[in-house]
Design a protein around this ligand. Structure first.
Ligand SMILES: *Cc1c(COP(=O)(O)O)cnc(C)c1O
Length: 374
């Protein structure tokens, strides 16, 4: 059964449709031309970056940035356990060794001190994903990385339009990556972007996203690339969506405040932080974590919501426990208690941009009635 209130739903307006139609009407269908350049230029500008390279999705953005920065066997890469597998795949494919750090139990982001303390002379990359709409406390990580000369990839797939201490998310580190999947703050259906200020890195990425034709000698290949081109009509959708980013963030914050008030009295759930000293939450998703002694488990709550036609999703499952690590000889990993708890007890509820206030009230009342029964 399809959920009557889906966990996420993209906002596609008539302006979006008109702009995509204009692009198609002019015959721009492949991954080049003025609509691609326009989206890349505008996106780089709002993030305060020199260069933007559009790609097919956010996973490609990470693969491309990691490949272009370069990793070798035995190199260590620091990343949180509590994130999406897209942060890990290319690290493993290049034979490097992931060093997983635990999450802060309040912000659900990678713990800044653990990250800095995990740096060794073998560390060759740090991947910093902002989780669920609240930025990572990134300054101490950037400072330590600069001291050691280690590149940083900022994964801002859940952080379009956000600020860390008045600086744009997407502007930090060697490269920043974005996703424009259907549930992200702005969407091109599928789509992604890498931003950088490094011209040499940009050239490496342009080469590799387009089959790595030798510059000036098409169909000659000195290395292997991929086809990660993002079609023009999707770029047109992205450009049109960008105009609405402020509204989208404001609405997500409104939904966040509504849920915060609705669940303020429930003492066995942990809600997202509203703000920290460096940023305010934009609630890309509205998550909650059941306390250890809660009278009901996250999965049971999710099942009861589903029975009422209300969508929800479990949190990320920790990367340091993923079965695929075994294939790389990395099955044995230290315990990361916070990441494991988040994966076990966390889930998020509908906050789609098409939901009306009365939908939100239905979600809140349904969830409260599930809680009251137990
Ligand atoms: C969504 C997401 C990605 C992957 O993006 P896709 O476009 O789905 O491939 C990467 N990192 C984070 C943090 C994400 O939330």
């Amino acid at each position: 059964m399809e959920d009557q209130i889906p966990v996420s739903s993209p906002l596609i307006t008539q302006e979006d449709i008109d702009y995509v139609a204009k692009c198609l009407g002019e015959g721009w269908v492949s991954g080049e031309g003025p609509y691609v350049t326009e989206f890349e230029t505008k996106f780089a500008k709002i993030c305060n970056r020199e260069f933007a390279v559009s790609v097919s999705n956010g996973t490609d953005a990470l693969d491309l940035a990691i490949a272009a920065i370069g990793l070798g066997r035995g190199d260590e890469v620091i990343l949180p356990s509590f994130t999406i597998v897209s942060c890990l795949s290319q690290v493993l494919r290049m034979g490097a060794t992931p060093v997983f750090v635990d999450s802060d139990s309040e912000s659900w982001n990678m713990d800044t001190d653990s990250t800095v303390n995990s740096i060794t002379s073998r560390t060759k990359l740090i991947i910093v994903p902002h989780i669920y709409g609240l930025p990572v406390d990134i300054d101490p990580i950037l400072e330590a990385a600069a001291r050691w000369g280690i590149p940083v990839i900022e994964d801002a797939a859940e952080a379009h339009g956000l600020f860390y201490k008045n600086r744009s998310c997407g502007s930090f580190g060697t490269a920043s990556t974005f996703s424009f999947f259907a549930n992200k703050n702005i969407t091109t259906g599928e789509g992604g972007m890498v931003l950088t200020d490094d011209e040499v890195l940009q050239a490496q990425m342009l080469l590799r996203k387009n089959l790595a034709h030798k510059p000036g000698q098409r169909f000659v290949h000195e290395q292997l690339g991929w086809n990660m081109r993002l079609p023009a009509y999707q770029c047109a959708l992205g450009t049109s969506q960008l105009d609405r980013l402020d509204y989208i963030l404001a609405r997500r914050r409104e939904i966040g405040s509504f849920y915060h008030s609705a669940f303020a009295e429930v003492d066995f759930i942990q809600l997202p932080l509203r703000e920290t000293f460096y940023a305010s939450n934009s609630y890309w998703v509205f998550g909650m974590v059941m306390a250890d002694d809660a009278p009901i488990k996250a999965i049971e709550v999710q099942n009861e919501l589903a029975a009422k036609g209300i969508g929800s999703r479990p949190f990320f499952q920790p990367l340091h426990k993923q079965p695929v690590l075994g294939a790389f000889g990395l099955a044995s990993q230290p315990t990361l208690a916070n990441a494991e708890k988040l994966g076990r007890d966390g889930f998020y509820i509908p906050n789609g941009l098409n939901l009306s206030d009365s939908h939100l009230e239905t979600v809140a009342e349904s969830l409260l009635s599930i809680f009251e029964k137990c």
